[in-house]
Write a protein that binds this ligand. Structure first.
Ligand SMILES: Cc1ncc(COP(=O)(O)O)c(C=O)c1O
Length: 473
C-alpha cells in the first residue's frame, strides 16, 4: 500500500514555511485576489516551480516520484500527470505515433480532440465504425472483424486509436483480441480511456485497456477520481512507441506553468485509487443497488445499468432525455448529459466513510418526474446507428480542404457537398459530420433528429439559421 503522496507533501512543506513571494503567480498567495475567501485561501497553495517543488517538464524530485508511483499503480512503464486534460494526452499520443501524410486507423465516434490531433498532424484517417449498443441506444466499440478488415486493407497504418469505455460506460469484450491482433501486425494501439481512470480501483470494474496490453492510454482523472478539472493521466506501455516522443509533445503542448493545485489533486487521486479497498467497493455497489431499487419504484422511470457501475442511465417513458434533464435541474440535480432518450448520471466513487444523500436525491427525482408528467411528451423516435460503411476515408484531404474557400448554405441543400465545418452534438461530443466528409442523407436525417430534440451543437455551424459550412464548388 502506498502511503506517500510526494507532491502533496512537498506542497504542504512549502506552505508551512510562510515564505515571501517575489515570484509568479501575481495573486501573491491570494493576497491581491477579490475572489470569495474560500478560494483566496486555496490560492495559498497555487504554487509554482520553486525550490523543493520540482520541475514539471524535467522532473527530478517530488513530481518524478509521484509519477513513478502512478506508473506502479496502473502497471505502466511510464506515466505522466497532464494539466490540460485527456485532450492534450490524445494530441500528444497521436503526434508521437504518426506524421504528416501517414495513415492512422481511428474509431469513427472518437472525441473531437482525436480529430483535432489528426488534422494538426496532417495524418490520413481511416475511420472504423462502431457497433450499435441497444441498451444505451448509442454507438459503442468497434468489432474485431472491422479492425481485422481495416488492418488487411491498410497495412501501412501507423497506429490505431480506440475509445474505451464509451462515454455511456459500455466496455468491449473484444478489446484484448483487438490489441493482440494489432500487435501481431506491429501496430500500436492508442486508447482514449477518458472515462476509465477508476477501473484500476477494483477488479470488478471493467478492466483498463492497459491490462489488455494497450500501448498508450489516456485517462481523465478529473472525470471519476477526486482530481481537479483538467487533471488527467497518460500511461505508456509499449515496445512500438518511443516514450521520449510522447514526452516531447507533452512538453510542447502543455503549459510551462502547470497548476500545482491540479498536480497535487492528481497525486491524491492516484493515492485514492491505490487505497480504495474491497470493503469500499462492496459498500459502493450495495448503496448503488439500493438507490436503483428506490428509483425503480417511481412509475414511468426506467433505469438502465451498463458495464461501468459508476454510470447510470435514467429514462422517462414517452419523454425525451432533454425534458427529463430540464425538470431535474429545476430540482438542482445536474446530470452529466442528456440525449434524445435519457440522462446519464456519473455516480461518485464513494469510500465507506463518505455520505451521499441518496434518499433525498430519490425524493427530488420523484418530484421532477411528477412535474414532467404534466408536460406534453416529446416521444423520442427510434434511433438507429447512422448507416455508415464499416471502413471509410475522407473525401477530401484536410490540407487540400484548408486551402479551399468555404460557403454557408442551408443544410437541406447540402447533400453531396464536402463539409468544411464539423458538427458535433454536445454532449456527448461525437462528431456527426467531419471536415472533409461528403454529406449523406443519413447524416442530414440524424442532424434533424438532434435539432428536433433541442440538442446543442459544437463545431463550426450556424444551425440556428439552418446553415452549415461546406467547401465552395
Ligand atoms: C471520450 C473522451 N475523450 C476525451 C475527452 C476530453 O477529456 P478532457 O476533458 O479530460 O480533456 C472527453 C471529454 O468529455 C471524452 O468524453
Amino acid at each position: 500500500m502506498q502511503e506517500k503522496r510526494p507532491l502533496v507533501e512537498a506542497m504542504e512543506k512549502f506552505h508551512k514555511q510562510k515564505s515571501i513571494s517575489f515570484h509568479v503567480p501575481g495573486h501573491k498567495n491570494g493576497l491581491l485576489s477579490n475572489l470569495p475567501n474560500a478560494i483566496k485561501k486555496t490560492m495559498e497553495y497555487d504554487l509554482t516551480e520553486l525550490k523543493g517543488l520540482d520541475d514539471y517538464h524535467h522532473p527530478e524530485e517530488a513530481i518524478k516520484e509521484a509519477e513513478q508511483l502512478l506508473a506502479m499503480v496502473y502497471g505502466a512503464q511510464k506515466s505522466f500527470f497532464l494539466v490540460n486534460g485527456t485532450t492534450v494526452g490524445n494530441l500528444s499520443m497521436i503526434y508521437a505515433a504518426c506524421q504528416f501524410g501517414e495513415q492512422i486507423i481511428v474509431q469513427r465516434n472518437a472525441h473531437k480532440s482525436i480529430f483535432h490531433a489528426i488534422e494538426l498532424v496532417g495524418a490520413e484517417p481511416i475511420f472504423v465504425s462502431p457497433e450499435w449498443d441497444e441498451r444505451t441506444k448509442t454507438a459503442s466499440y468497434v468489432a474485431f472483424e472491422v479492425i481485422q478488415k481495416a488492418l488487411a486493407e491498410y497495412p501501412q497504418a501507423k497506429a490505431i486509436v480506440l475509445t474505451y469505455p464509451s462515454y455511456y460506460g459500455v466496455s468491449s469484450l473484444q478489446l484484448e483480441s483487438i490489441i493482440n491482433l494489432c500487435h501481431a501486425h506491429n501496430i500500436p494501439v492508442l486508447v482514449d480511456e477518458a472515462h476509465g481512470a477508476h477501473f484500476r480501483a477494483n477488479k470488478d470494474f471493467p478492466k483498463s485497456s492497459l491490462i489488455y496490453g494497450a500501448d498508450i492510454v489516456v485517462q481523465s482523472a478529473h472525470k471519476t477520481l477526486p482530481a481537479l478539472t483538467m487533471g488527467s493521466f497518460l500511461h505508456v506501455n509499449s515496445n512500438l512507441i518511443d516514450t521520449s516522443r510522447v514526452n516531447k509533445y507533452l512538453r510542447m503542448l502543455q503549459s510551462s506553468s502547470p497548476s500545482y493545485l491540479l498536480l497535487a489533486s492528481l497525486d491524491d487521486s492516484r493515492s485514492y485509487v491505490e487505497r480504495y479497498n474491497e470493503i469500499d467497493f462492496k459498500q459502493l455497489i450495495y448503496r448503488r443497488k439500493l438507490f436503483i431499487e428506490a428509483l425503480e419504484t417511481i412509475p414511468q422511470l426506467e433505469i438502465v445499468q451498463v458495464d461501468d457501475p459508476l454510470k447510470l442511465l435514467i429514462r422517462m417513458e414517452k419523454y425525451s432525455g432533454f425534458q427529463l434533464q430540464k425538470v431535474l435541474e429545476q430540482q438542482n440535480i445536474y446530470v452529466e448529459l442528456a440525449d434524445t432518450y435519457q440522462v446519464l448520471m456519473i455516480l461518485p466513487l464513494l469510500k465507506v466513510e463518505h455520505e451521499y444523500p441518496f434518499a433525498e436525491i430519490r425524493k427530488r427525482i420523484k418530484h421532477a418526474v411528477d412535474i414532467l408528467r404534466k408536460e406534453v411528451p416529446i416521444i423520442p423516435n427510434d434511433a438507429q446507428l447512422i448507416k455508415q460503411k464499416s471502413i471509410s476515408t475522407l473525401h477530401m484531404n484536410i490540407s487540400l480542404l484548408n486551402e479551399k474557400q468555404g460557403e454557408w448554405i442551408p443544410y437541406a441543400r447540402s447533400l453531396g457537398r464536402i463539409a468544411k465545418g464539423m458538427i458535433i452534438p454536445y454532449p456527448p461530443g461525437i462528431p456527426l459530420i467531419l471536415v472533409g466528409e461528403k454529406i449523406t442523407i443519413a447524416m442530414l436525417t440524424e442532424l434533424e433528429e438532434w435539432m428536433e430534440k433541442g440538442a446543442l451543437f459544437q463545431g463550426q455551424h450556424r444551425l440556428d439559421e439552418k446553415l452549415i459550412y461546406v467547401v465552395e464548388e
